[in-house]
Design a protein around this ligand. Structure first.
Ligand code: BT5
Length: 255
């Protein structure tokens, strides 16, 4: 009896229109199809497993049953660049949700969109959007994967899960019940006050702020000091000669 109840989808705030699926290639693919067909903002797909979960740049996202795999459809105002701030929003909301379900954890945020526990990746965020011809975006799909019950040992980088961190009672659904209101709270703040409060909240949990980092761009790689996040979400890096450089897209490595 308890198991059946535990497996019941959670109650979510009215903004969300959830659809729970069993096995999909990728929740982002499912949602993109619906976005193109006119689905409303707030549509949410949650799947038990993904057969072809994706990371950025064609990388794989390990997606066996037991973890949270979800995609939320948004139709935000603003330019493609501005809506990229949603990845910071998702990371901040997830950090808050993780702290609610497991108060002993110290989630850290790694630019641009990773959530780490003790330096290990617990989550991945994948934004995909379609630009409108007159400017702005037609739709934006926010994909989030969170390791709840397990994590890959062979990810090529350190990974962890809520259960590995001792949060044994947490399930994908119980995390979703906490994450959805946190996302909505931050969406409201972002819409009302812009990026500034989000930037502040992100910086408070930033991994490696003030310390050395290595930056990998498509055609170059260099080391510097991670100094700040600017008002557009670019990383501000101090170069060895003291000059400041803004990084819009790329990969960073913390020691
Ligand atoms: C990401 O990419 O971190 C974004 C992942 C987004 C996954 C969600 S799940 C719901 C939605 N539907 C999808 O198809 N995707 C989204 P990236 O920064 O490129 O990181 C990918 C890298 O993380 C891989 O190359 C591995 O090194 C590592 N990795 C793969 N699976 C992992 C896992 N479950 N936990 C931790 N690390 C993982």
């Amino acid at each position: 009896m308890r198991e059946i109840q535990a497996a019941q989808p959670p109650h979510l705030p009215a903004f969300f229109q959830p659809l729970y699926l069993d096995s999909v290639t990728s929740t982002n693919d499912e949602m993109k199809q619906r976005a193109r067909a006119g689905a409303a903002e707030g549509s949410l797909i949650v799947a038990r497993e993904q057969r072809a979960g994706r990371g950025r740049g064609g990388r794989q996202w390990t997606s066996k049953p037991g973890n949270l795999y979800m995609s939320l459809l948004l139709r935000p105002p603003g330019s493609v660049g501005a809506v990229a701030q949603i990845s910071f929003l998702a990371a901040v909301a997830l950090a808050e949700a993780l702290l609610e379900v497991a108060p002993d954890l110290s989630p850290r945020l790694k630019w641009p969109n990773d959530v780490l526990i003790d330096g290990a990746k617990i989550s991945g965020i994948l934004l995909e959007s379609s630009a409108r011809s007159g400017g702005g975006v037609d739709w934006l799909v926010l994909g989030m994967g969170v390791n709840v019950a397990h994590h890959p040992e062979d990810a090529g980088q350190a990974a962890t899960s809520l259960q590995a961190q001792g949060a044994d009672n947490c399930t994908a659904f119980s995390l979703l019940a906490t994450l959805a209101p946190a996302l909505l709270r931050w969406l409201d703040i972002w819409r009302g006050a812009g990026f500034a409060p989000l930037r502040q909240a992100w910086l408070e949990r930033a991994a490696g702020l003030g310390g050395p980092l290595r930056v990998r761009l498509p055609n170059e790689e260099f080391s510097g000091i991670f100094r700040d996040l600017d008002g557009d979400g670019n990383l501000r890096v101090e170069m060895p000669d003291g000059a400041m450089r803004s990084i819009t897209a790329g990969e960073i490595f913390l020691p």
